[in-house]
Design a protein around this ligand. Structure first.
Ligand code: NAD
Ligand code: IPM
Ligand code: MN
Length: 372
């Protein structure tokens, strides 16, 4: 029997709370579908800093490179806000992405019908929404050199210090994420919209030219359009259903995917998959994580919505284990629970109601799996 290896990194804040619900889901698949998971658990972010003095131990990094898939909860929180930049919780996450070379970050934004009235936009604008943002994840301004804050010891010299980050892309980095976007579009509605700011940035000009090159030479059958990212943000709010796949850089993708998340009703709904090059087993190196953060404002209160993390595990079933049918089953169970009106606090619409706890939401999804 195939055993699927999974490294769980719950992290900080609500990370461990939502991960506990994924554990229940994994247990259900083992008991009822005869699947076998080899699950290990380790620390990341502030939790790792507390134990090791850094946000990701080298042993954890090595383990992440060995397993079929990594599932991460969330990192960060107020307790760690004043740490030195190099050991902040977020650096642990960025190290995982960089050293695993997870260049394609898939962030789907789907509006479940049962939630269409909870979006901050009107039902007619978001009902049936199903878009996929493909965010470049290992380069751009997040990693470009030079970077840093220059020291200035001259007393009274206002304006002497300089903060620098560099937006830098190579053609190879653009081409590989563009290919990922075109491949995904072929399995969906065959349309890609590429977003940059070629009107003000040279890296944006290169982005546009290289995406066009990949299209013309390798994917002429896919419909390609280009849009400035600021207009893209406006169009996402004006008429999001015009999009199928959006491909964009690391920073624009970070911002646009948070905006897209709200179209679906809550940040607590949005999963993601970060994929790299194929490993020996033919599947991509991969890490899965909810798009939301550690939500310090609701930590420890049983209020967190575990759906984003559970749907991230569904993406692992699909992309890392080749279990597309089981992924569909899990997604159907989530849809059923929402249709039945089960809601965590973040999913409360204007009409109100009584929210369920994180744990009750997990239980409801597990119960729905049997019939899904
Ligand atoms: P956040 O996503 O943690 O929270 C934003 C808002 O959404 C909060 O009101 C929160 O309560 C709510 N929310 C988020 N997830 C929810 C869920 N599952 N259920 C219900 N409500 C939810 O973003 P933030 O407040 O900007 O950041 C807090 C910390 O998280 C920071 O340290 C930040 O760096 C970190 N962060 C980490 C990740 C990650 O680990 N991938 C992503 C974003 C932010
Ligand atoms: C995300 C987060 C991260 C990012 C932070 C926590 C490093 O906002 O995953 O969207 O900026 O990429
Ligand atoms: Mn973000």
């Amino acid at each position: 029997m195939t055993t699927y290896s999974l490294l769980i990194l719950p992290g900080d804040g609500i990370g461990p709370e939502v991960m506990a619900e994924v554990r229940k889901v994994i247990g259900w698949f083992e008991t009822n579908r005869g699947l076998s998971f080899d699950v290990s658990e380790d620390l990341v972010g502030g939790a790792a800093y507390d134990k090791h003095g850094k946000p990701l131990a080298d042993e954890t990094m090595a383990k992440a490179l060995e397993v079929d898939a990594v599932l991460l909860g969330a990192v960060g929180g107020p307790a760690y806000d004043n740490l030195d930049f190099s050991v902040k919780p977020e650096r642990g996450l960025l190290r995982l992405r960089k050293e695993m070379d997870l260049f394609a970050n898939l962030r789907p934004a789907q509006c479940f019908d049962a939630l269409a009235d909870f979006s901050s936009l009107k039902r007619d604008v978001v009902a049936g929404l199903d878009i996929l943002i493909v965010r470049e994840l290992t380069s751009g301004v997040y990693f470009g050199q030079p970077r840093g804050i220059s020291a200035d010891d001259t007393p009274g010299n206002e304006g002497g210090r300089v903060g620098v980050n560099t937006q830098r892309y190579t053609s190879g980095e653009i081409r590989r994420v563009a290919r990922a976007a075109f491949e995904l579009a072929r399995k969906r509605n065959n349309r890609v919209c590429s977003m940059e700011k070629a009107n003000v940035m040279e890296s944006g000009i290169l982005w546009r030219e290289e995406v066009q090159w990949v299209h013309d030479n390798e994917y002429p059958d896919v419909e390609l359009s280009h849009m400035y990212a600021d207009n893209g943000a406006m169009q996402l709010v004006r008429n999001p259903r015009q999009f199928d796949v959006i491909v964009t850089d690391n920073l624009f993708g970070d911002i646009l995917s948070d905006a897209a998340a709200m179209l679906t009703g809550s940040l607590g709904m949005l999963p993601s998959a970060s994929l790299g090059a194929p490993m020996e087993n033919g599947r991509p190196r991969a890490m899965y994580e909810p798009v939301h953060g550690s939500a310090p404002d609701i930590t420890g209160q049983g209020k967190a919505n575990p759906i984003a993390c559970i749907l991230s595990f569904a993406m692992a079933l699909r992309y890392s284990y080749g279990l597309g049918d089981e992924a569909d089953r899990l997604e159907r169970a989530v849809e059923k629970v929402l249709a039945d009106g089960v809601r965590t606090g973040d999913l409360m619409g204007p009409e109100g109601g009584t929210p369920v706890s994180t744990s009750q939401m997990g239980d409801a999804i597990v119960a729905a799996l049997a019939a899904a």
